[in-house]
Design a protein around this ligand. Sequence first.
Ligand code: PGU
Length: 456
Amino acid sequence: MASSLLSFASASPLALLDPLKVNPRIGASTFLGKNFIKAKPFTRTSMSVAVEVSKFNELTMAPPDPILGVSEAFRADTHEMKLNLGVGAYRTEDLQPYVLDVVKKAENLMLERGENKEYLPIEGLAAFNKATAELLFGAESVVLQQQRVATVQGLSGTGSLRLAAVLIERYFPGAKVLISAPTWGNHKNIFNDAGVPWSEYRYYDPKTVGLDFDGMISDIKAAPAGSFVLLHGCAHNPTGIDPTPEQWEVIADVIQEKNHIPFFDVAYQGFASGSLDEDASSVRLFADRGMELLVAQSYSKNLGLYSERIGAINVVCSSSEVAQRVKSQLKRIARPMYSNPPIHGARIVANVVGSPDLFNEWKEEMAVMAGRIKSVRKKLYDSITEKEKTSKDWSFILKQIGMFSFTGLNKAQSENMTSKWHVYMTKDGRISLAGLSAAKCDYLADAIIDSYHYVS
Ligand code: PGU
């Protein structure tokens, strides 16, 4: 074995060992441990091979992720006032991560039952798939009664979006996905990596700090018929601006006229209004019209299951027979990608949604989380307006909904928030109010006022 490892070292083009630190009289035994005490000293040949240029040398350093990279930078900062408003993750008033009580109860149930860790089927846990589709469409919905929905458990929202992206690439070659401008930073990566072309439709109007509804409608109209239109089901990320129910009707009209296919991303069900049903109303409006559509779901935020990677892709089809075929193809996509999904988060969701007691408790906890965010939103607005010396109108903070506020701060101003104030946020000016406490509102207001007025 020693000799085979040594021959690997001498044959490897990778610069595995630093020859300057190698004592040629001792050779590799220093590095490889006492099992290799009999190793021969390095020869000239082995040393020169060890520093040869790596086959991976062409790889440049990838940039940090615009969202998850912010948390890495935050962890490295030692300032006592530092604040992480980058990632959309719920924190308690003490700014600690929060595990929902219903999640702990569901996990205890799982332990008591002594459930096993066998592989799940490719499509995931049956009880989860049933619960997640019912949560989304409503247990009494026509699409579920007619078995027209293909539901496959995915690796949270991201993995579910990716399954759908591959489905589009494979079965709708050349079809474009229309994405709101702006959108969640990872959407474009997902479609790029799946080889799906995309373009943007207007969404945010910086002048009104509101929805550019006319721009949105005309861009959706102008797109080639049969495009996929990516819509945020509720609590649009990053703007916090959703269409009104009347506007949703018009969006559905245009999509139907153009024979487009709606593709909903539902990552915040319950976090916009505090009500699970109300936050699913956009999706239900489209499904009730008899349209075919796709919906990716995530339980990262509403059940705080960020690292369990639990979500689903749902494809509403024109008949149950088509839905079965679509499901079979989604499974075919999943199998070589990750084989089958993890069970733990799926069981938690199935237990919580499937038990009336836990379900009711979940709704209460969700209302508390959504309520805390609403209260810091109001407190931040009050602090800013109290400090504001000009006629600048900050009321958009109150109008936005969900976990985020889109502050309108530009890149330089957002950078000032971090470099001067140790407030970590994404460079598009988004702050996660879920990471803010009432106690830090005043400090954040100072940072925003300073960055807005004194940095151009
Ligand atoms: N869709 C939207 C609109 C999202 O905001 C997120 C998460 C996801 C999907 C995917 O979440 P999963 O955890 O894969 O279910 N956005 C958060 C979390 C950090 C990130 O970028 O993944 C955010 O801060 O924007």
